[in-house]
Design a protein around this ligand. Sequence first.
Ligand SMILES: C[C@@](CO)(OP(=O)(O)O)[C@H](O)COP(=O)(O)OP(=O)(O)OC[C@H]1O[C@@H](n2ccc(N)nc2=O)[C@H](O)[C@@H]1O
Ligand SMILES: Nc1ncnc2c1ncn2[C@@H]1O[C@H](COP(=O)(O)OP(=O)(O)O)[C@@H](O)[C@H]1O
Length: 288
Amino acid sequence: MQILEKAPAKINLSLDVLHKRPDGFHEVEMVMTTVDLADRVELTLLQGDKITVESESRFVPNDERNLAYRAAKLIKDRFGVKQGVKIFIEKNIPVAAGLAGGSSDAAAVLRGVNRMWELNLSLDELAELGAEIGSDVSFCVFGGTALATGRGEKIQAIPAPPPCWVVLSKPTIGVSTQSVYQRLDVEDAEHPDTKAMVEALKEGDYEGICANVGNTLEGVTLAMHEEVGQIKEQMKQAGADAVLMSGSGPTVFSLVEQDARAQRIYNSLKGFCTEVYMVRMLGYKETP
Ligand SMILES: C[C@@](CO)(OP(=O)(O)O)[C@H](O)COP(=O)(O)OP(=O)(O)OC[C@H]1O[C@@H](n2ccc(N)nc2=O)[C@H](O)[C@@H]1O
Ligand SMILES: Nc1ncnc2c1ncn2[C@@H]1O[C@H](COP(=O)(O)OP(=O)(O)O)[C@@H](O)[C@H]1O
């Protein structure tokens, strides 16, 4: 038996950090949405007790450190499942990029093994399990567009953004989320208007969405890697409607309505960065 799950990347349309919590995590308000750049996760039922994970990417661990492996192991242990699973990940999302590739793979495995091992868990239950793996996994279980609060695990669905192009560009550096949070001075940082972003989405107001993109973590990563600022500047000059770093970075995205302008931004970045993608906004929930 084989099951396929699409694992899309996310971008943070806005990301506000409110304060550091006693448990070391930060309280956040994030507006997240999926884009049409996805890993393909292939699950094969194993009659033995084993979990294996494989991908062709040299940047992704092929063992128990893989978030996809951890997702299968968590469910297997929690529900005493006797069967195993072989996980193959076709890795298309850049790694350590601020696009939640690993979290989305883990979420795809949660959805997939739930079907394969016939556990009948709800998406809410899977999202709760996902939070044990990482702060972004709960959102990735649902996909679509959402306001994420708490440390990122409390999810409220909101309407998808109007369709547009998303041009993504990742410089050849990886960024550790933990090190970005460690360097953040919450008082000194910029804070986006989350309410205004949610309102713009509810109204389907593209200009309002573009006017309210903002990310409290951006300044930290910008200060560490000048490439991020250079990409932002290049995207703005090429005519993007909005430009922002996603998550803890270093990927920068532009929102663009016009086809020709999106192509121009893509072309202008292509000579500058090796990882450049021009994709559609997904935003809505996909049915498997
Ligand atoms: C910043 C965001 C925004 O979407 O994304 P990425 O840049 O990683 O894609 C997420 O909040 C990242 O989520 P995720 O990558 O799952 O992080 P986790 O594994 O839970 O945490 C990694 C580390 O980041 C810090 N962390 C994470 C989330 C949070 N709300 N407060 C924190 O302080 C902690 O130091 C933690 O040890
Ligand atoms: N399935 C996976 N895909 C990508 N990275 C993974 C995966 N499993 C574990 N990792 C590890 O998690 C780290 C963060 O990966 P990723 O989820 O791509 O980044 P981000 O949290 O910035 O969006 C990487 O350094 C990688 O080694």
